[in-house]
Write a protein that binds this ligand. Structure first.
Ligand code: HEM
Length: 427
């Protein structure tokens, strides 16, 4: 209750706007007041309870029965009737996959599909990630200036995602086109007309995902998570349903791509803004793995996640009724000084950096976390080695597309002196 007005909604809670400039610029900073004063609050404009401290966010992630993930991918902005009609024309039937599936369905499915994510299996992808990264760096290494997002960090994770999923090479270009269109469109806050374009693209994306799936079914012997899932369906038809496969064919691209592309852009920006840290990495690449964790902690690409309360409960001592929706701000948890010492500083030797909640926590924790980590490591290894004198273009103003959760700069302009590239000076 606000001590002055007596209103149960405090001034900070009333002002909270996750689409506003402050949250977009820096989510953990925008809710610092909440971590300090009111770590669990109700936002009337959003219709969500917001949770901002480390222990509370982790406790919510840990209990996926009281706090159901079913609303994790629900659209925060309601879809127009016309857009729904468009989607229906394409027989759009996106179903729950893993991230938003409840028990008892979720865990058996996760177990059956886990093997391709084990470190041993992932190591097999590393040469492909490195080759792609080198190819993209080759394209701009002599230019002296590049937008790292447009020229590398967007497309490499997308191509890796398609390889990981086992999409046939000939379908990659098409899926890439839909995925980008869909992503670019959904990132904005679509007007009614824009919603129709989004719906068209999502509908086409859905149908094409079905076509690719049919092709994989005819020969599911190949590498990749989707052929693997099709093979597993024969053993576990009730766990791996047709609807699951079709939905994951589309959702998997988004899950693996945007998150990683944004994480890479956030990491490069953060490191270049902290020049001495960047120089340390150039001098000692052995520091890169923990630096990746520190970047994910300090400037992760998933700023907040959602849960639905299934029975009356408390979070951080605050009573919350069944049916309430929670916005758990994991980026804020990652900057909670109750858990991380001097949380706003970038410390690549931080001994508990891996305890960040950017990948979630508990039974739904990101399955792709080690693939993402490997990609980020390869990007940093290649860029520190080939462009150690890389710098941000001075005066650059970073823009973020307003949304609660997926976060990364839209562009990242960097510059360097090609004549000083190590490959020129020491071929
Ligand atoms: C789930 C973040 C990359 C596949 C999640 C969740 C988060 C997340 C926050 C929900 C966790 C929870 O509810 O506790 C990220 C970030 C990434 C990343 C920040 C990159 C830096 C990837 C990649 C893949 C992937 C590369 C590869 C396919 C998945 C899957 C789930 C998931 C399948 C659902 C797991 C489940 O519900 O059991 N991720 N992710 N992610 N992620 Fe990622």
């Amino acid at each position: 209750t606000d001590p002055v007005s007596g209103c149960p909604v405090s001034v900070g809670a009333a002002a909270f706007d996750p689409f506003g400039d402050a949250y977009q610029a820096d989510p953990p900073e925008a809710v610092r007041w909440s971590r300090d004063e009111e770590p669990v609050f109700y936002s009337p404009s959003l219709g969500y309870w917001v949770v901002t401290r480390y222990d509370d966010v982790k406790a919510v992630f840990r209990d996926n029965i009281t706090f159901s993930p079913s609303i994790a991918l629900e659209k925060i902005t309601p879809v127009s009737d016309e857009a729904i009609a468009t989607l229906e024309r394409y027989d759009y039937a996106m179903n729950r996959t893993l991230v938003n599936e409840d028990e008892p369905e979720h865990m058996p499915r996760r177990r059956v599909l886990m093997d391709p994510f084990t470190p041993d299996r992932l190591s097999h992808h590393e040469p492909m990630v490195r080759r792609l990264t080198r190819e993209y760096v080759d394209r701009f290494v002599d230019a002296g200036k590049a937008d790292l997002v447009d020229e590398m960090l967007w497309e490499v994770p997308l191509t890796v995602a398609l390889h990981f999923l086992g999409v046939p090479e000939e379908d990659m270009a098409t899926l890439r086109k839909y995925s980008i269109a869909h992503t670019v469109n959904t990132w904005g806050r679509p007007s009614p007309e824009e919603q129709l374009t989004v719906a068209e693209n999502v509908g086409k994306f859905w149908q094409y995902a079905g076509t690719v799936l049919d092709k994989l079914r005819r020969d599911p012997s190949g590498d990749g998570w989707m052929p693997y899932s099709i093979r597993k369906q024969r053993e576990f038809p009730d766990v791996i349903t047709d609807s699951y496969l079709h939905s994951m064919m589309m959702a998997g691209i988004v899950a693996a791509h945007e998150t990683t592309a944004n994480a890479a852009a956030n990491a490069l920006k953060l490191l270049l803004e902290n020049r001495t840290v960047w120089e340390e990495l150039c001098a000692d690449p052995g520091l890169i793995p923990n630096a990746v964790e520190e970047c994910l902690r300090h400037s992760g690409s998933v700023a907040a996640w959602r849960r639905l309360v299934t029975s009356d409960t408390t979070v951080g001592g605050v009573p919350i009724p069944a049916g309430a929706k929670l916005l758990i701000v994991n980026s804020s948890a990652n900057r909670d000084e109750r858990h991380f010492e001097d949380p706003d500083s970038v410390d690549i030797r931080r001994d508990n950096a891996t305890e960040h909640l950017t990948f979630g926590y508990g039974s739904h924790q990101c399955m792709g976390k080690n693939l993402a980590r490997m990609e980020l490591q390869v990007f940093l290894e290649e860029l520190t080695r080939r462009l150690p004198h890389l710098d941000l273009v001075p005066g650059e103003r970073f823009t973020y597309v307003p949304n609660t959760s997926f976060r990364g700069p839209e562009h990242l302009w960097v510059q360097w002196d090609p004549a000083a590239n190590p490959e020129r000076t020491d071929p």
